[in-house]
Design a binder for this molecule. Structure first.
Ligand code: NAD
Ligand code: MG
Length: 394
């Protein structure tokens, strides 16, 4: 029998983490769980520990660790080691006992541990797009230098990965690639009168028409910053310039993205909008296995529509393209100010249309630098957050 692949799931209690564990539970013969991590959702993590029996569980703080310890003792799970804090996340992501790391922490908080997995030569299943957006070349170099495998979990990038040739060597010119066509749902406000966008509530913004996701990415989908971050993510994953990455709105979310070739062929990957498909693909690659998702019923879908994105309605998409073109640490500033603005919107401190303004102003106030190492990237992230926060308090 083949040795079980040992997984570390960073962000196990989140939307992606839960879907990953759903896939794991379908294949107990193929996967073991080495470590599970969560920030504050201690109760959920304890339940996951009971079901999946990891060697290590990691939480955000000493207090959360104490709470988890009590819950695990009640469940007689004395053998599970409990750790806490950012260094513990890096430790489990790079531990010898672990083969694959699902990077599913939301936001910049996931960068150090995702990068640690890349440096340690793990099979990195990357959902945490913000980590790659912030670190770009540094992350790609870490993967190359260590011989790690990088499997995109974001559904669009997973689709593109599936539509690229098997011998793809990150040089699109050599494979007859004309363009990457990144599909977007358009989010809940695709057809809403732009002048009423300031009235939308966080609850309306997180109610995505096709996908069930965490709150931050749901707001990003409503502003289309999610697609902007994905353009940058595609640039790094597939070594493709901004001009060759085109966003197409496809409200049904059935085609998850496409690759257009110079001979006129367009390859698309399709499926029901359920993240267990890209997760199972990444986990089993290069094989395929059951993900628990029903086959696509094309007759039920009936029609597929495509719309050109309106950059006036979705200014965040333009800001992301501009940041990618500017290069240096502009994408880190974009990402950090977006995280601050989205949180402020969720906390009802600012209106929906202020999100893009906070980002734009932060980008104009913080100079992009040649951020080469993790330390300088994190310093740039902190500076952008400080400037964005100051703007909110003024
Ligand atoms: P989520 O909010 O549902 O879950 C986030 C997870 O990260 C939780 O387990 C939480 O405990 C952990 N976490 C939060 N802050 C942390 C911190 N400071 N330190 C350590 N852990 C922390 O988010 P999600 O929707 O599962 O998204 C996770 C990542 O995957 C994001 O980067 C998102 O962009 C990406 N992604 C998600 C989807 C989706 O369908 N949900 C699709 C594509 C990509
Ligand atoms: Mg996506």
């Amino acid at each position: 029998m083949q040795k079980k692949q040992q997984l570390c799931i960073l962000g196990a209690t989140g939307s992606i983490g839960v879907s990953t564990l759903d896939v794991v539970a379908r294949h107990p013969d193929r996967y073991g769980v080495f470590a599970l991590t969560a920030h504050t959702q201690v109760k959920n993590l304890a339940e996951q520990c009971e079901q999946f029996l990891p060697q290590i569980a990691v939480v955000g703080t000493a207090q959360a660790a104490d709470e988890l310890s009590i819950l695990l003792k009640e469940k007689h799970l004395h053998q599970i080691q409990i750790l806490f804090g950012p260094e513990a996340l890096c430790a489990v992501a790079s531990a010898n006992e672990c083969d694959s790391v699902m990077a599913a922490i939301v936001g910049a908080a996931g960068l150090p541990a995702s990068l640690a997995a890349a440096k340690a030569g793990k099979k990195v299943l990357l959902a945490n797009k913000e980590a790659l957006v912030m670190s770009g070349q540094l992350f790609i170099d870490a993967i190359k230098d260590s011989g790690a495998a990088l499997l995109p979990i974001d559904s669009e990038h997973n689709a593109i990965f599936q539509c690229l040739p098997g011998n793809y060597n990150r040089q699109p010119g050599q494979h007859g690639i004309h363009k990457i066509l990144l599909t977007a749902s358009g989010g809940p406000f695709l057809h809403r009168d732009v002048n009423t966008l300031d009235d939308v509530t966080p609850e309306q913004a997180v109610a995505h028409p096709n996908w069930v996701m965490g709150r931050k990415i749901s707001v990003d989908s409503a502003t289309m910053m999610n697609k902007g971050l994905e353009v940058i993510e595609a640039h790094w994953l597939f070594a493709t310039p901004a001009e060759q990455i085109e966003v197409v709105i496809h409200p049904q979310s059935v085609i998850h993205s496409m690759v257009s070739y110079t001979d006129g062929s367009v390859l698309a990957q399709m499926g029901n909008p359920d993240m267990r498909i890209p997760i199972a693909y990444g986990m089993a690659y290069p094989e395929r296995m059951d993900s628990g998702v029903a086959p696509l019923d094309l007759l039920k879908v009936a029609s597929l529509n495509f719309i050109k994105p309106d950059f006036q309605r979705f200014p965040c998409l333009q800001l992301a393209y501009d940041a990618l073109k500017e290069g240096k640490s502009a994408a880190t500033i974009l990402n950090a100010s977006n995280e601050v603005a989205v949180q402020a919107f969720l906390d009802k401190r600012i209106g929906f249309r202020m999100i893009n303004q906070v980002i734009e102003q932060t980008l104009s106030k913080v100079a992009a630098t040649e951020a080469l190492d993790l330390e300088s990237i994190l310093a740039c992230d902190a500076e952008a957050r400080r400037v964005a926060e100051a703007m909110l308090s003024s």
